[in-house]
Design a protein around this ligand. Structure first.
Ligand SMILES: Nc1ncnc2c1ncn2[C@@H]1O[C@H](COP(=O)(O)OP(=O)(O)OP(=O)(O)O)[C@@H](O)[C@H]1O
Length: 586
């Protein structure tokens, strides 16, 4: 299949989406090395679909694509590093500086052991080749070098070029660009397309989706698709008007939006189709070195978080506000304080993580195509989110601890949140586990709005099934509560508080959180045995234990709570993995 001078050979490729929806009609094409190709056609005709079939992002249902003579499906792990791809969305983080964006991408993509000097050399080279090393017009000499600017300070066109620069760092032999000129003004388009033209001359084959007729002045070839994924033209730009017998590209667009006209000009493949069997999914190899990748992913993520100082400030303000409110609302230490402490820890975890994957989905997908390992990606998120959760829980617990040690229940002066270090550790575990819930939502849904709609729905059961609002007295409700952190967290935290006092052999009347009724607190002489925090939760319906639905003794210890939270975390981790894995190839 090796054919000299060819970068891409597509043989009888066809794309069908689910429900047999047509993506591409059968087509074949050869794309020569070092050529600059424009891919055009009316909206929705299948340009992005063709691009994704050629680069492996979403492979063809039937037919074969060969990259430098190697089958894309059979040798994906070999050929993927020759491919650069910038989808329609930017594939860079807005909070990082341009230099850090390129530096981390190089660390994540280039082979282990590439020196920092080599990385700097490549960064300078790609910035120069995309003409990003020059100051903007009107810049004063003391204005920031582009490398020091944050991505969010750049114009749309500059951002697009930085996305391309990320791809060029690995010196790919083929570059796929999906509508790179859309956000550019005419003057910038000229310098941008000239720089792509030079890149092609130097050896990079470029396939670029575009809607702009002017872009044809810069390319060597045009591939034109008509509606419903029909190939209708492939040739030099100078021939296109003659081929369609029209006087402007706009007329080509209007003709090729009509299915009848399209069918007349459709270029069906002449080659024998290699197979009519459905293509298998592309298999992706593991990362080069998972530990090294984990280090750079976590470092980049931490850098993104610390660079976004406004958001970091709000994250740390949360425990101050919520802790302050709990202190304000409760005049004494009651079961409600324990409950709200646990619910706050859950809230911190879920809200910190809910946007973290969905918000960078195009970046994740692109890096996954290249060499990203799903486990290292999830772990890198968890490391940084754990750090944030620890800080939040520490601030929150400190507020609760000091406030209620001053304002313990008047008749029971020993009653306030303790022991401090264990409380922080336990709440951190709950918050960390809640981060996994947030990450799961973030990995499952395809946009941030959906995730934010679902977050409150996820939190409600944590509140309702914790056994504080009401006794869990039906079998189904009790069983449902097993799947919430609210239940295991509140119960475990209550048990920890009770245990502390029991271990200290304190006077019975100082048992933590005396039960409150409208006439005051139960005193030792009438109700001391049921005055523990755990007893006040509506959990463990004795009836259900009698009937054998619950195994009372097994659940009745602190470890059971920790194990339950641990198990929920493992389930959540697996769900995140499955959701991310499903995004690989649609
Ligand atoms: N993942 C998908 N599942 C189902 N249908 C899809 C999917 N992606 C694209 N399509 C459909 O395939 C057709 C071609 O879409 P595609 O995005 O390739 O067109 P396009 O020419 O790139 O459009 P535009 O110029 O608007 O970007 C459209 O009808 C689109 O709705």
């Amino acid at each position: 299949m090796e054919e000299k001078g060819l970068s891409i050979k597509a043989v009888g490729i066809t794309k069908r989406y689910s429900k047999n929806k047509i993506g591409l009609q059968p087509m074949s094409m050869d794309i020569k090395s070092k050529s600059f190709v424009a891919l055009m056609g009316p909206s929705g005709c299948g340009k992005s679909t063709l691009l994704k079939c050629l680069n492996g992002d979403n492979p063809a249902t039937y037919g074969e694509v060969y990259i430098h003579g190697l089958s894309l499906l059979d040798h994906y792990d070999l050929v993927k590093k020759n491919i650069g791809y910038v989808p329609q969305d930017d594939i860079i983080h807005r909070e990082l500086s341009v230099y850090k964006t390129l530096f981390y991408s190089a660390k994540l993509r280039l082979p282990d052991g590439t020196s920092n000097q080599e990385i700097d050399r490549r960064i300078d080279k790609v910035l120069k080749s995309l003409k990003l090393d020059q100051h903007d017009q009107g810049d004063t000499p003391d204005q920031k070098d582009i490398k020091a600017k944050k991505v969010k300070e750049l114009s749309g066109g500059q951002r697009k070029r930085i996305s391309i620069a990320v791809e060029l760092l690995t010196e790919p032999s083929i570059l796929f660009l999906d509508e790179p000129t859309s956000p550019l003004d005419p003057e910038t388009i000229d310098s941008f397309l000239n720089s792509l033209k030079e890149l092609a001359k130097e050896g990079t084959t470029i396939i670029m989706v575009t809607h702009k007729p002017e872009d044809l002045n810069y390319v060597d070839e045009v591939v034109f698709l008509g509606v419903k994924g029909h190939l209708v033209f492939k040739g030099p730009p100078a021939d296109i008007l003659k081929h369609f017998n029209v006087s402007s590209i706009i007329e080509v667009y209007s003709e090729m939006s009509d299915l009848k006209a399209v069918k007349k000009l459709y270029q069906a493949p002449s080659d024998t189709l290699p197979s009519t069997d459905s293509n298998p999914k592309i298999s992706r190899s593991k990362a080069d070195s998972s530990l090294r990748q984990l280090y750079w992913l976590a470092k980049r993520y931490l850098n993104i978080k610390t660079n976004d100082s406004g958001n970091l400030f709000l994250l740390l303000l949360q425990p101050l506000i919520v802790g302050g409110l709990v202190s304000l609302v409760f005049s004494e230490f009651r079961i409600g304080v324990l409950f709200l402490t646990v619910i706050s820890a859950i809230w911190f975890g879920v809200s910190n993580s809910a946007k973290e994957i969905v918000g960078e989905l195009p970046i994740y997908k692109r890096e996954r195509m290249y060499n990203l390992n799903i486990n290292t990606y999830i772990l890198s998120k968890l490391i940084v989110l754990a750090l944030i959760a620890l800080l939040q829980v520490l601030i929150f617990t400190t507020i609760i601890y000091f406030n209620f040690s001053f304002r313990a229940v008047s008749e029971f002066p020993d009653t306030y949140l303790r022991p401090f270090a264990f409380s922080v550790a336990f709440l951190f575990f709950i918050s960390f586990s809640a981060s996994l819930i947030g990450l799961f939502l973030s990995s499952y849904f395809s946009n941030t709005e959906k995730v934010m709609t679902v977050v409150p729905i996820t939190l409600m059961p944590q509140i309702m099934l914790a056994g504080v609002m009401t006794k869990l007295d039906s079998r189904i409700v009790e069983i449902l509560s097993f799947f919430t952190l609210g239940r295991w967290g509140t119960e475990g935290f209550a048990r920890m508080q009770d245990g502390y006092f029991q271990d200290r052999d304190m006077e019975p009347e100082s048992v933590i959180i005396p039960e409150f009724n409208p006439d005051g607190y139960y005193k030792n002489d009438c109700k001391c045995e049921t005055s523990g925090a755990l007893e006040q939760l509506g959990l463990y319906d004795a009836d259900l234990i009698d009937k054998g639905v619950l195994i009372g003794d097994v659940f009745n210890n602190q470890y059971a709570n920790l194990i339950a939270v641990g198990l929920l975390s493992v389930i959540m981790y697996l769900l995140i993995f499955i959701s991310l894995n499903k995004k690989d190839s649609l």
